[in-house]
Design a protein around this ligand. Structure first.
Ligand code: ITT
Length: 197
């Protein structure tokens, strides 16, 4: 079964392929399908809304199974910002090291549990008959005091896991996928689809 992933984010694509490793499922990207130029208006207020918008926009064109991932970082001290605006925070083209150090600076007076944060991932799936399913996964952590680690992408270098004593950027891809918001949301989606694919 071919499943189109309505994303332009190569890092997500890589993780999705690592999380669900099955010979009978091929995840293809918008780029693979020549659909990179399709305009997707991500104007929802929630991860669920945006994931559905992305998957539906592509499914309306292809009529095939499409999934989308809408995700982000919620920092409690910042009233859950950047949240659904995680990709656009400080501008889409601002390097992540700048965004990460800005968040560290905003939290300079926060200590311990005041630094709590979570990654959220919602996977939406649109079936050829128009049926829509969503699943959500989260991982709880804290904002670190400095960037650490070279793995992962985006906010991973500042997402510290107290119980592991490291950031998600210091975990191997396998270890991150095992516990991550994306790993959890996508595994839950796979379980829902297993019967119908
Ligand atoms: P698509 O909409 O094309 O899928 P995007 O990068 O714009 O790609 P989102 O709107 O869902 O995707 O934004 C998610 C952002 O949240 C992403 O760009 C990262 O900055 C951050 N993020 C999500 N998952 C993450 C992870 O596992 N590690 C680090 N940062 C993550």
């Amino acid at each position: 079964t071919k499943i189109i992933v309505a994303t332009g984010n190569e890092n997500k694509m890589k993780e999705i392929r690592q999380i669900i490793k099955r010979d009978d499922i091929q995840f293809v990207s918008l780029k693979d399908e020549g659909l990179s130029d399709v305009e997707i208006v991500e104007d929802g207020d929630t991860f669920e809304e945006n994931a559905i918008i992305k998957a539906k926009t592509i499914a309306d064109i292809t009529g095939t199974i499409v999934i989308a991932d809408d995700s982000g970082l919620e920092v409690d001290y910042l009233d859950k910002a950047p949240g659904v605006y995680s990709a656009r925070y400080m501008g889409e083209d601002t390097p992540y090291t700048v965004k990460n150090n800005h968040i560290i600076e905003l939290l300079k007076d926060a200590r311990g549990v005041e630094r709590s944060a979570r990654f959220v991932c919602v996977i939406a799936c649109v079936m050829p008959d128009g049926n829509v399913i969503t699943t959500r996964g989260t991982i709880e952590g804290q904002i670190g005091y400095e960037e650490k680690g070279e793995n992962g992408f985006g906010y991973d270098p500042i997402f510290y896991l107290p119980e592991k004593g490291c950031t998600t950027a210091e975990l191997s891809p396998e270890d991150k996928n095992e516990i991550s918001h994306r790993g959890r949301a996508l595994t839950a989606m796979y379980k829902k689809l297993e019967g119908v694919l």
